[in-house]
Design a binder for this molecule. Structure first.
Ligand code: MG
Length: 269
């Protein structure tokens, strides 16, 4: 789940801090990894469950069942009143779609965002999946967004700044074509709380923002549109859609900053 830029969540985690950002202890990292595995397992199950005719409510039930069977709790359910265990966003919906009786059709793009709390710590990740056969441009959009996340992860090193991640994500997407990288929703620190400091932008110049340190855990989550980057919030006060009605894709991983390459905690095996 993304962080609404207008809202910052205070954290009272007992972890140590660097510049107001929590640094996970080795013990806390054990729990972060376990939470990440629950999320990865759930995303694999969802990926394999997507087919024409299934409703987003059915996908939500599948995810909740898997999360609870692994001894975890859905992190999104009840978060600021969100009714689902997952966010399920279809086609021009970017993020925060509410699971419903909406049935997936051949050619749709479904974005599934999963959060799980395990032993007090949260994993948060998202994938975009095509329903049956999808258009060439939809496939390209998925590929660009997934690879822009990997570019962002590669930039998330000890001593780098949050802006370096945004620059890497936007830089990759712009090399691939005229895609709209969403600016109004961003990634975030994650740990005992779903949305911790710092915010992780998907755009803008590098060399700015808080410095990343070993032991920080962050969720990087590019949202990329086939058209313009601007967004609109639906009347349900949750679902974010592209302003121009174009298709959108979203990928997210929770990662831990290390001495070397970031450790991806929500990687599907
Ligand atoms: Mg998130």
């Amino acid at each position: 789940m993304t962080n609404d830029k207008k809202i910052t969540t205070a954290s009272n985690s007992p972890s140590t801090y660097s510049g107001g950002i929590t640094i996970k202890s080795a013990q806390e990292m054990v729990s972060m990894r376990a939470a990440g595995k629950v999320v990865a397992s759930t995303l694999t199950l969802l990926r394999n469950s997507v087919k024409p005719g299934i409703s987003t409510r059915e996908l939500d039930a599948i995810a909740e069942g898997n999360i609870r069977s692994m001894g975890a709790v859905p992190a999104f359910k009840g978060y600021r009143g969100f009714p689902g265990s997952i966010c399920a966003s279809v086609n021009q919906q970017i993020v925060h779609g509410i699971p419903s009786d909406k049935v997936l059709l051949e050619g749709d793009l479904i974005k599934m965002d999963v959060g799980a709390v395990y032993d007090g710590f949260i994993g948060d990740a998202a994938i975009t999946v095509g329903v049956g056969a999808i258009s060439d441009e939809a496939r390209e959009l998925i590929d660009v967004t997934r690879r822009s996340l990997e570019a962002g992860i590669a930039a998330a090193t000890h001593g780098a700044r949050t802006g370096d991640i945004g620059a890497a994500v936007e830089g990759y997407a712009s090399e691939r074509g005229s895609f709209g990288v969403v600016r109004e929703y961003v990634g975030h620190g994650v740990g005992r709380f779903l949305h911790e400091e710092p915010q992780i932008p998907n755009y803008g110049p590098g060399g700015r923002g808080p410095m990343l340190r070993k032991g920080m855990c962050i969720a990087i989550e590019p949202m990329v549109n086939l058209g313009d980057w601007r967004t609109r919030l639906l009347e349900d006060q949750w679902t974010v859609v592209t302003l121009d009605g174009s298709l959108s894709a979203h990928f997210e991983h929770t990662i831990a900053i290390t001495d070397g390459e970031a450790e991806v905690l929500t990687r599907e095996s």
